[in-house]
Design a binder for this molecule. Structure first.
Ligand SMILES: [Zn+2]
Length: 299
C-alpha cells in the first residue's frame, strides 16, 4: 500500500471514535467541493458535511468535529454569508455533531429530529465529553421544511434505521439529498442498536427514499470507500438496501438451521457483496451480523 492509499484507508476510520489528522501534507486539495445549485460538500474529518449558500442564508448539514468545524465556518464565507444560518444534524453521532458548539458560537440555529438531543447527551455522558456539546434548539417529529433563496429544504424522519433519529435532508430544487449515515457507501455500516437502530426499518427507508428520487437525484453520504466516494445515485441506496436484506436473510437462515450466535457471526464477507470492505473491527460483517442476530431474536 503506498502512502496515498494508506491515508485514504485511514479516512475510512472516521465513522468510529478515531480522530484523523486534519492536515495531510501530501494532499493539497480544498475540503470544499461544489456540486450544483449552490450546494456543496465538505470533507475533512468525520461524516461528510453538506452545505447550501444563497443571498443571506447558509444551510449546513452536520458539523464533524471542532477543528474541521472551525475550518468550515471560516472557509464557507468564500461561498456566501448569513445572517440566516442553519445547521441540521442528520443524527446524533459524534462525528456528525462534534462541531455543533463551534457552529452555535458562530450564530447557527441547530435543528434535528426530536430524538437526537437525548441520544447525543447520553453518548456525551458515556464518553465524558458533555462540556463540548451543543444541542438542537429546534426539533421536529416527522418533517421540517423551510425556504431559502431558490431552495426548499425538507428534513424528513422515516423511523428507526441507522439510529432512532436519522433525517434525510432534501434540497428539492437542486434535487440533492443528504443521507447522513443511512448509506455507508460500500462499507460495512455501523448499526447503532444502543441508539435505537433497526435494520428492517433501514431497509424500508432506503426503498422509500429511492422511490422518491429520480435518475438525476444526487445523494451525499456520510462515509464511503474511496473508489466509490461520498456521493452517488439511487442505485447506491438500493445496493445498500440489498446488502441489509441479505444480512437479515443470512442471519435468519442460520437461526432456523439451529446455528449458534458465534457460528453465525463468524462470517467475515458475503460472496454476493464483494466490494464491501471493513476498514476496522468497528465496521465489519461480524459486528453487522451480531446486530442482525439481536434484532431477529429480540435479545
Ligand atoms: Zn452515524
Amino acid at each position: 500500500m503506498n502512502r496515498l492509499d494508506f491515508l485514504k484507508h485511514l479516512g475510512l476510520l472516521s465513522a468510529g471514535a478515531a480522530i484523523l489528522p486534519t492536515n495531510f501534507s501530501s494532499i493539497k486539495q480544498s475540503p470544499f467541493t461544489e456540486l450544483r445549485g449552490g450546494i456543496g460538500m465538505f470533507s475533512m474529518q468525520g461524516g461528510t458535511i453538506g452545505w447550501y449558500t444563497t443571498d443571506g442564508a447558509i444551510v449546513v448539514i452536520d458539523s464533524q468535529f471542532p477543528d474541521p468545524a472551525h475550518a468550515f465556518v471560516e472557509g464557507i464565507s468564500a461561498f456566501g454569508t448569513g445572517p440566516q444560518k442553519v445547521l441540521f444534524n442528520s443524527h446524533h453521532h459524534g462525528d456528525h455533531t462534534g462541531g455543533n458548539l463551534v457552529f452555535e458560537n458562530d450564530g447557527y440555529t441547530i435543528i434535528a429530529q426530536k430524538n437526537v438531543p437525548a441520544l447525543q447527551r447520553t453518548a456525551a455522558q458515556n464518553s465524558d465529553n458533555e462540556a463540548n456539546q451543543a444541542y438542537a434548539a429546534t426539533t421536529f417529529e416527522n418533517e421540517f421544511s423551510f425556504d431559502a433563496g431558490d431552495e426548499t429544504i425538507n428534513a424528513k424522519y422515516y423511523g428507526p434505521a441507522h439510529t432512532k433519529g436519522d433525517s434525510v435532508i432534501w434540497f428539492e430544487n437542486a434535487n440533492i439529498a443528504h443521507m447522513g449515515d443511512l448509506v455507508f457507501n460500500r462499507l460495512y455500516p455501523f448499526i447503532d442498536r444502543n441508539g435505537g437502530a433497526m435494520i428492517s426499518g433501514w431497509i424500508n427507508l432506503l426503498e422509500t427514499v429511492a422511490a422518491k428520487a429520480n435518475s438525476e437525484t444526487l445523494f451525499i453520504f456520510g462515509h464511503g470507500k474511496p473508489e466509490f466516494g461520498v456521493t452517488g445515485s439511487r442505485e447506491d441506496l438500493l445496493h445498500k438496501r440489498d446488502f441489509l436484506s441479505h444480512l437479515l436473510e443470512y442471519t435468519q437462515k442460520g437461526i432456523d438451521a439451529g446455528r449458534s450466535r458465534e457460528e453465525i457471526t463468524s462470517r467475515t464477507s458475503f460472496d454476493e457483496f464483494p466490494e464491501h470492505i471493513s476498514p476496522s473491527n468497528f465496521l465489519s460483517l461480524p459486528r453487522n451480523l451480531d446486530v442482525a442476530w439481536l434484532e431477529l431474536t429480540n435479545s
